[in-house]
Design a protein around this ligand. Structure first.
Ligand code: FAD
Length: 435
């Protein structure tokens, strides 16, 4: 690979999540040498829970040489089941082992979010050109001059930092998005879904080898128990040491936080799912007190512009996506991969803005589709009308499934895609049109 024409471009990235660390690694792999990541958290530990590595994400990680760092402790799913929440009856099962790796080149793997983040950080560290600044909070942006203000720790005096390219990967509650939209006089169109989610996990050591629960840990299957207005999706992670469960339910407590770290009440959680089948009840009861994380689910209408001068939004900052098709991390990393490609293709600094416009033009149709598909999926799963729901699952074909997350049509759209190739191929034409 030849180095980029502008290896010393000052690339500054806000946020060390999947989009941010992904962008750093993507640019490092392209041969850029002046890359900084600014992260508010003082340390990046075992925060979060399960996350998916579908083939479209695996392809990028593999290309960057970091897939083995997270897949080592991941679990390759061989089957996805949808079950009735009360009867535990299987409504549909899709066997991933008959086509996933064969068709898309990679299995569908589940990991702890921390494993994916660690893999990206390891790749970035190994490159020797990425500087990670932890405990640094960005307080202000100057999009006209590609500058941002950083406050170090609690007591630090905020200071302006100059960049050539500024990538804001500051997550679902992005202040950069807010500031960018405010400049354009646009309001963030957020629809409260009226839903909240719990993210919970049970450790294998807690189940006392209960024969009814052991298969959840030793198996390689995912489970989605569905009922009116609620569902629970669950799968093993960390080599089967943890069983991860993510729920969706009416937001009865009016959770204010969507920070991933707000602690909810275990009692309330048990009440919410009291009518789910006994196997699920057993699991929920084993969740340690104090480890029930709860947050609000909001739909953000796709925004028109992710780019302002030489600044671009990435990942959840640009296209927050509900978890119902499990593509949050994958789409953030695809963004990151596309950014590396477009920045490596320009030959003068004055073209940074045009490169970012190309990035948006390539990424937006795909992420808009993902946002809308995820949002529509929960509506179908939570219907009151059990008879027609069951009939739809009973007649699900190999190609189409009422649960869009496990539907082959969705898989073909999402998993065949090679973001780096697509971006390379489309670059010249889109660059010629960019202004
Ligand atoms: C703590 C945490 C736990 C999560 N747990 C899960 C999970 O268990 N399962 C799952 O599917 N998804 C989880 N997510 C969300 C998931 O990581 C994202 O949906 C997806 O990976 C897209 O990544 P992103 O880089 O766009 O955003 P994120 O991964 O959310 O990363 C955004 C980063 O920006 C930092 N940041 C925000 N504002 C500032 C600022 N002003 N200055 C500096 N830094 C800032 C945040 O601290 C964060 O590290 C979690 C996110 C976070 C932050």
């Amino acid at each position: 690979m030849s180095p980029p024409a502008l290896p010393n471009l000052r690339i500054h990235i806000i946020g060390a999540g999947m989009g941010g660390m992904g962008t750093a690694l993507s640019c490092a792999k392209k041969g850029f040498t002046d890359i900084h990541v600014w992260e508010a958290a003082p340390a990046l530990g075992e925060v979060g829970a399960g996350i998916n590595i579908p083939p479209n994400l695996a392809r990028v990680l593999d290309n960057w040489g970091v897939l083995q760092y997270c897949n080592g402790e991941g679990v390759a799913m061989t089957k996805a089941n949808v079950l009735d929440c009360a009867t535990d009856e299987i409504l549909t099962s899709v066997s991933y082992d008959t086509y996933m790796e064969q068709e898309y080149g990679y299995p569908f793997v589940t990991v702890h979010r921390a494993a994916l983040q660690r893999a990206l950080i390891k790749g970035a560290e190994d490159s020797g050109v990425v500087k990670l600044h932890l405990g640094n909070f960005i307080t202000d942006y100057d999009f006209d001059n590609t500058k941002f203000k950083v406050k170090q720790g609690e007591s630090g005096e905020p200071e302006w930092v100059q960049a050539d390219v500024l990538i804001c990967a500051d997550g679902v509650k992005s202040k950069a998005r807010e500031a960018m939209m405010a400049r354009k006089g646009v309001q963030d169109d957020v629809e409260d879904t009226g839903q909240a989610a719990y993210r919970i996990m049970v450790r294998r050591s807690a189940i006392n080898e209960d024969p009814e629960l052991v298969p959840f840990f030793t198996g390689t299957e995912s489970y989605r128990w569905i009922g009116e207005k609620r569902h629970i999706i669950a799968y093993p992670i960390e080599n089967g040491d943890l069983f991860n469960m993510s729920t969706t339910q009416p937001d009865r407590h009016f959770v204010q936080a969507d920070t991933w770290t707000a602690v909810g009440s275990k009692d309330e959680m048990l009440k919410t799912f009291h009518d789910f089948c006994p196997r699920v009840q057993k699991l929920l009861n084993l969740v340690p007190e104090g480890e029930v994380l709860e947050w609000k689910l909001r739909i953000h209408e796709p925004i028109a512009q992710w780019v302002d001068n030489n600044t671009a939004l990435v990942g959840d900052a640009s296209h927050p996506t509900l978890p119902h098709i499990a593509q949050g991390a994958a789409q953030a990393v695809e963004d990151a991969a596309a950014l590396g490609v477009v920045l490596a293709r320009i030959t003068k600094k004055e073209d940074v803005h045009k490169a970012l416009e190309v990035y948006q033009a390539i990424r937006k149709p795909r992420t808009d589709w993902a946002v809308r598909t995820a949002s529509a999926n929960s509506k179908g799963l939570h219907t009151q009308d059990k008879d027609s729901r069951n009939a739809a699952f009973a007649t699900a074909s190999d190609g189409s499934n009422p649960d869009k997350m496990i539907s082959r049509e969705t898989h073909d759209t999402l998993f065949m895609y090679d973001v780096q190739k697509e971006t390379e191929n489309a670059f010249d034409e889109l660059f010629a049109k960019a202004i």
